[in-house]
Design a protein around this ligand. Sequence first.
Ligand code: PGA
Length: 249
Amino acid sequence: MKRLVVGNWKMHLTLAEAMALGQACLGVAEKYPELEIVIAPSLPWLVPLAEALPWRPPNFGLASQVVSSNSEGAYTGDVAATQLKGLVQYALVGHSERRRYHHETGASIAAAIQLLLAEHITPIVCFGEMMQSTQHKFSSQITLDLERDLNGLAPEQIGQCRFAYEPLWAIGNGHPASSDYVEQALLFVQEWAEKTYGQRLFLLYGGSVTEHESAAFGRLKVLDGLLVGGASLHAKQFGLICRQFCRTE
Ligand code: PGA
């Protein structure tokens, strides 16, 4: 499986800016065929972007930043997995900003994951601890959310998901976790997942990623990808992150 780099554009960009950046990201995917490149624009830009990019390399995809935990009905402002089908290949689930501002919880996240999988859309489930662990002593705080989010899912379903480790203390503040910290945290998560579900997880890291540390992240065997927020809004910077992440020397 290719390593995955996802650009989370959050609630940024005009339509014109999104179209230009989408085109540039497609170029990044063509340049680095060893990676899978996915962009997650604001919801209303998904359709025009999909229409403007009718031909896409197989390693380029679109993601929704949001999905409802209900299958359809009177849920003003929500979008159903069935409505995203055919439009996106991935959807972010349980991002800390959604948990914080929209009170998404384990049960609703678990339901959203089930609905996405039923439509063959791959969930990217976000999780992470609130406070930095001292001396790399990781506790169940890291996997607490995840355990609730995955409640009721079969191990095969868990195996179909992607997981983004996004420690809250590293998001959006210019201070990413060190590659050493990420490695230790993900080894802890992987061991927990194997013990709990008998599954190896496909693991991304997110939180203030820039081109400066992506080479170090690229060297981590335990890491399968990156979830990039702020730095994914700049085509050149996003391209550099991908370039550094591919480097293995
Ligand atoms: P950031 O965002 O790279 O701006 O920290 C990451 C995320 O929230 O997905």
